[in-house]
Design a protein around this ligand. Structure first.
Ligand code: GAR
Length: 207
């Protein structure tokens, strides 16, 4: 059984999708053993507690810089004996020292079709604002392995979602979450836990 550690910073609807998938038995070979938040008091922590999942808060603002913060996160991941680390709305960029310790063992859900609308500064609602500004007719979500390049790691799963006329960033965000993120994140976690993902030359192969 793989230990899945989920990193969060906010409302935690993607965490909820993982918890629901776990409880319905669709994640074989792994279980969420700990949820770590970069902020105290966020609703994602309540979601974990409601399902008897261990929580830890490692507050970004208590650390002087990204390296010190990353060392604290790495120590926690090691203590939790993480086999898979999932960024589910985790809004802090970690130093490469964490990624190097967990190569192809950390995944992130991003609310766009990478390589569009991604990289530093593209997070949360901002991503949907930019998609609407550009007038794209299709957007979506991507689950990818985390590397030292922000949103640049090997792509595991993607799902497209239509933009509709009159969409606001909030409406589009909700559609992308419902139709894409909450589906492909649990799927990708499940594939990982079943040892069905292989990475070769930065390409993910699913068996
Ligand atoms: C989600 O849309 C997630 O894809 C996005 O933030 C939201 C968090 O919602 N993540 C990023 O933008 C990371 N670059 P949640 O806390 O309800 O899961």
């Amino acid at each position: 059984m793989k230990n899945i550690v989920v990193l969060v910073s906010g409302g935690g609807t993607n965490l909820q999708a993982l918890i629901d998938a776990q409880e319905s038995g669709s994640i074989q070979g792994g279980r969420i053993t700990c949820v770590i938040s970069s902020k105290p008091g966020v609703y994602a922590l309540e979601r974990a507690k409601n399902h008897d999942i261990k929580t830890r808060v490692i507050a970004r603002k208590e650390f002087a810089d990204s390296v010190e913060y990353s060392k604290a996160i790495l120590e926690a991941l090691n203590e939790e004996k993480a086999d898979l680390v999932v960024y589910a709305g985790f809004m802090t960029i970690l130093d490469e020292l964490v990624v190097k310790a967990y190569p192809n063992k950390m995944m992130n859900v991003h609310p766009a079709l990478i390589p569009s609308f991604c990289g530093k500064g593209y997070y949360g609602l901002r991503v949907h604002e930019e998609a609407l500004k550009k007038g794209v007719k299709l957007t979506g979500a991507t689950v990818h392995f985390v590397t030292e390049v922000c949103d640049g790691g090997p792509i595991i799963l993607q799902k497209a979602v239509e933009v509709q006329s009159g969409d606001t960033p909030e409406v589009l965000q909700k559609r992308v979450m419902e139709q894409a993120e909450w589906k492909i994140l649990p799927q990708a976690v499940s594939l990982f836990c079943e040892d069905r993902l292989t990475v070769k030359d930065d390409i993910v192969y699913i068996s």
